[in-house]
Design a protein around this ligand. Structure first.
Ligand code: GCO
Ligand code: MN
Ligand code: MN
Length: 389
């Protein structure tokens, strides 16, 4: 194996306890793998070369654990972290498994459940911060509807906003060094989930009391499930300074929520995503929110985890190759060519500029005749990815 494809701490590769710990249950079948304890998972992640581990409160501490059991679990987990050097960059709350959340957590019509969701999240934030988390993810898996007959999307949005405002104040009040990352998903497990895309989340964040503390956690599978271009959403988040975290996996459009190994379905999209993250200098976790096929055994789960990271690193190398490829770069230069003749019209508005632009005579037929060599560029990209360049 080339040294280049060996994961290093600076790659910031992370996995959730729920990802490599996934036991292979699906709506039609029982688990196919034995559960691993959080301590075993930390050691597994160290063995495969990951940098960090993330968790939902109840991945680590069972929902009905006593305070004494909780403390013992945290001590054992912290010891595994110390023994392996694995860090905890992110934590989150499970607000979807327990039947109490059948109609949602922060957005349910039941005020008792909304209050319980806040209560549970404050304890989960304490737990995450205690173990070192700097990013706190909010994925509202149950925040939605199957029917709009009994739930107002306006009330739901208002309640979600109130909850996030409450929790940002909680973080400030406790002096925690923690920012929030909102993760959108269009559906599953609800028929429709509120704020279904990263773009919707970005709009919502601006309505909060502390927008500076809140960004997004886009996931490859989620925009892809909706048939959208994931990269474009990531770019919008980056442009707004809101790319606080990212969930990498893979997904076929139009299928169930697959959570496949990174790069398992659409290598070309994965390539453009890795190239973007590396080109702009994204410095956060590369979190693999994926799990092995249900047919995998433990050895294959390790192969899955190694595969996520190895594919990322191979694509990172391909991105560097793309940037250094003379033929590709000269095609890009041709596509982006600018003879400077429009310089007077660029930039901020002024009445003089507007008047000059309105007076300018454009050769519209010539504009329409100019071809752009995207076919050639795309084919070179494909050949680069196929390893023949
Ligand atoms: C999903 C989501 C989750 C969240 C996780 C962390 O589709 O189930 O992607 O895996 O990312 O709950 O918030
Ligand atoms: Mn997901
Ligand atoms: Mn996710």
């Amino acid at each position: 194996m080339s040294e280049m494809y060996t994961p290093k701490p600076e790659n910031k590769f992370t996995f959730g306890l729920w990802t490599v710990g996934n036991v292979g249950r699906d709506p039609f079948g029982e688990p196919t793998r034995d559960p691993l304890s959080p301590v075993e998972i930390v050691h597994l992640l160290a063995e495969v070369g990951a940098w960090g581990v993330n968790f939902h409160d109840n991945d680590l501490v069972p929902i009905d654990a006593t305070p004494a059991q909780r403390d013992k679990i945290v001590i054992d987990f912290q010891k595994a972290l110390n023994d392996t050097g694995i860090v905890v960059p992110m934590a989150t709350t499970n607000l979807f498994t327990d039947p109490a959340f059948r109609d949602g957590a922060f957005t349910t019509n039941d005020p008792k459940v909304r209050a319980y969701a806040l209560h549970k999240t404050m304890y989960a934030i304490d737990l995450g911060v205690e173990l070192g988390a700097k990013t706190y993810v909010f994925w509202g898996g149950r925040e939605g509807t199957e029917t709009d007959a009994g739930k107002s999307p306006l009330d739901a949005g208002k309640w979600f906003r109130e909850a996030l405002n409450f929790l940002t104040e909680y973080v400030l009040d406790n002096g925690y060094d923690l920012k929030f990352a909102l993760e959108a998903k269009p559906n599953e497990p609800r028929g429709d989930i509120y704020l279904a895309t990263t773009g919707a989340m970005l709009g919502f964040i601006e309505t909060l009391d502390h927008p500076e503390m809140v960004g997004v956690n886009p996931e490859v599978a989620h925009e892809t499930m909706a048939g959208l271009n994931f990269l474009h959403h990531v770019a919008q988040a980056w442009d707004r300074g809101k790319l606080f975290h990212i969930d990498l996996n893979d997904q076929s459009i139009g299928r169930y929520d697959q959570d496949f190994r990174f790069g398992a379905v659409n290598l070309k999209s994965a390539f453009f995503l890795v190239k973007f993250l590396e080109d702009v200098g994204y410095d956060g976790s590369r979190h693999f929110d994926a799990h092995a096929y249900r047919s995998s055994d433990l050895a294959d789960v390790k192969a899955f985890a190694r595969g996520c990271m190895r594919t990322y690193l191979i694509l990172k190398e391909k991105a560097a190759q793309f940037n250094a490829d003379g033929e590709i770069q000269s095609l890009l230069a041709e596509i982006l060519a600018d003879d400077g003749s429009m310089d007077d019209f660029k930039g901020h508005y002024s009445p003089a500029k507007a008047a000059a632009l309105k007076a300018h005579a454009f050769d519209r037929p010539a504009l329409g005749r100019r071809g752009q060599p995207y076919e050639r560029l795309d084919q070179l990209t494909v050949e680069l990815l196929l390893g023949v360049r």
